[in-house]
Design a binder for this molecule. Sequence first.
Ligand SMILES: Cc1ncc(COP(=O)(O)O)c(C=O)c1O
Length: 394
Amino acid sequence: MPSSEPHIADALVSLGRPARNEGRHVNMPVELGSTMVFDTLAAFEAARDARYDSGTLYYGRYGNAAVFQLEDLLAKLEHAEGVTLTSSGVAAVSLTLLTFARPGGHILVADHIYGNTRNFCDSVLARMGVEITYFDPMIGADIAGLIRDTTFAVMFEAPGSGTFEVPDIPAIAGAARAAGVPSILDGTWATPIFCQPLTLGVDVVVASMSKYLSGHSDCMMGMIASTAEHAMAIRKTVMAVGDKTGGQEVFLALRGLRTLKIRMEHFERAGLEMAGWLGEQPQVKQMLHPAYESCPGHAFWKRDFSGASGLFSVVFHPCSDAQIRGFVDALHHFGIGVSWGGYESLVLPVTPLRTAGTWTEEGQLVRFNIGLEDVDTLKADLAAALPLLNTASE
Ligand SMILES: Cc1ncc(COP(=O)(O)O)c(C=O)c1O
């Protein structure tokens, strides 16, 4: 696996820290506050006029020194010209879509998109009179045929975080850009350690920082990274809505990011080992892990990503719901819960929702998040529970 660019490791250590002076703390302290005061009215007015610029200290809702440090670090990682933090990953997605949405407009959304993105489109955007077309994530450059005069955005995800199809990012982003339509990619799965979508022609990257980026399941946050063209419009929408990250969360995210690279390298290694082992078990029908040929879009993953995170799904041979429930409940080292990307292993049965196509794979889909536990412990846990999935003939 090609390793990520060396400058990422340096940025994770050296950026997002207090300014260089003697006797400084190594980390940004927790910064809390609402009102900021100025010595002169002229200084206040200058800050007010520049309040949307990252780095301007004006009022707590517009950011503070720690927020700006975190935004700068993320911009470096994503090769972005603008980054705005949000209170959650869902807020990052919805506020980006709101930035571009127009009443009576049209949006193209990948059919394997994260469930709450679909929910935002089908509820809030639909109420605004927006028409939504879900498309096959493997459509590639043929997306051009679905773009209308009224299309205001193409929203997709790479890979899908339940079924793991990897779309052709440059083909979709390129077709959108050629038509003058911004493309928005949810890049939560790969993190900038394994993929930098803005370098592949995407206009806006959104991510849940509640997952790998903060990394310890103790922080809710999102981020929106974009080209210069869209950065200010997005920032103004976030500020207009009044979405805001807390000081404690900013501290936790900066702290978590220091170890992002080594965590991702571990998750890749452990995820591949667990997927390899699971793939050999008789109960497993198909491995939906982008590093496996059996995963749709594997060739695009090889071309556009420098690695794989530790989240993947397995299709088990058809069995009863009761068997799946028994299997999941029997695991001791896999927590049952939504989200992922923390230090702990998780398991969750997934029911894919499709409206552009249908999910035709026969069998039960179960998603695994591989954490930092010893892989032998995880294998032993699974080995003890897997026989519960055996059908009568096995
Ligand atoms: C792919 C993806 N994007 C966005 C989100 C939303 O992030 P958050 O939980 O931080 O709102 C999630 C959460 O599960 C996700 O899986």
